[in-house]
Design a protein around this ligand. Structure first.
Ligand SMILES: Nc1ncnc2c1ncn2[C@@H]1O[C@H](COP(=O)(O)OP(=O)(O)O)[C@@H](O)[C@H]1O
Ligand SMILES: [Mg+2]
Length: 234
């Protein structure tokens, strides 16, 4: 469904990603795991068309994304939950949801999508008139995921959804991801929370200093001595 091949990307003359090959199949949940500064956010930005790519290719169901402007990438069914959530804190939950279906193509389905998101996250329906910035971190993450789902994506990109949240809330965020996955959505998630993310995804890639070091099923990675030592503190 989403295929990243030989991708090189960065900022100006600084190269942050080297020769990345990642594939996500329909219905799969895939993680990219790596420490701070590994290039995880850069990868998400390159897929969403938020930064230019130096070389390589990214394609979604056969459509080349490299030469597609980011607003058209959303229309192809790719939604991005950015790092640090990026909600509009002074807007209500519902107005944030509205921002997720800004283009005419999505506006038509607004009521239907809103119902879908409120069904998935009843808490957001309860809080629909609350200012987004006044909610707890976990609720804000739920709002950011809900906003991304407003565009009825085929694949959801999530950039460190558990970052900065208390342990109990982290657990709830991973339960949300499990729920989204059970709903049939394809998910590509980048995380530092290795133990928990490997419990919800099917496969994962390990990114270090801009290069992929390892990949495999969650089961294989959880059982790998190298992963246990470097990421699971075992
Ligand atoms: N806007 C930017 N301009 C220049 N360098 C950046 C920018 N954003 C990130 N970088 C650099 O790119 C590398 C990868 O960063 P990033 O993708 O944010 O990593 P991660 O999300 O894994 O923590 C880091 O060395 C970081 O300093
Ligand atoms: Mg990041």
């Amino acid at each position: 469904m989403l295929r990243i091949s030989k991708l090189n990307a960065g900022y100006g003359s600084f190269q942050a990603l080297f020769n990345i090959d990642i594939e996500v199949n329909f219905g799969e949940a895939v993680a990219v795991i790596g420490p701070n500064g590994a290039g995880k956010t850069t990868l998400m930005r390159a897929v969403s068309g938020l930064i230019p790519v130096k070389s390589g290719s990214v394609d979604m169901e056969g459509v080349d994304l490299i030469n597609t402007p980011s607003h058209d990438i959303v229309k192809l069914g790719i939604a991005h939950v950015p790092e640090h959530r990026r909600l509009f804190p002074r807007m209500s939950v519902e107005d944030n949801m509205k921002m997720g279906s800004f283009s005419p193509q999505f506006r038509e389905k607004y009521a239907e999508r809103l119902e879908f998101v409120y069904n998935l996250f009843p808490r957001m329906k309860e809080r629909r008139n609350q200012l987004a910035g006044t909610m707890s971190g976990g609720e804000q993450q739920m709002c950011a995921i809900g906003r991304a789902l407003m565009s009825d994506p085929k694949i959801l990109l999530m950039d460190e959804p558990s970052a900065g949240l208390a342990p109990v809330i982290v657990q709830q965020v991973f339960e949300l991801i499990d729920k989204i996955k059970s709903d049939g959505l394809t998910v590509l998630i980048v995380e530092q929370n290795v133990k928990q993310v490997l419990k919800v995804v099917d496969r994962a890639y390990i990114l270090e200093a801009g290069s992929l070091r390892m990949q495999g099923s969650s089961k294989k990675l959880l059982g790998s001595k190298e992963v246990q030592k470097a990421y699971l503190g075992m």
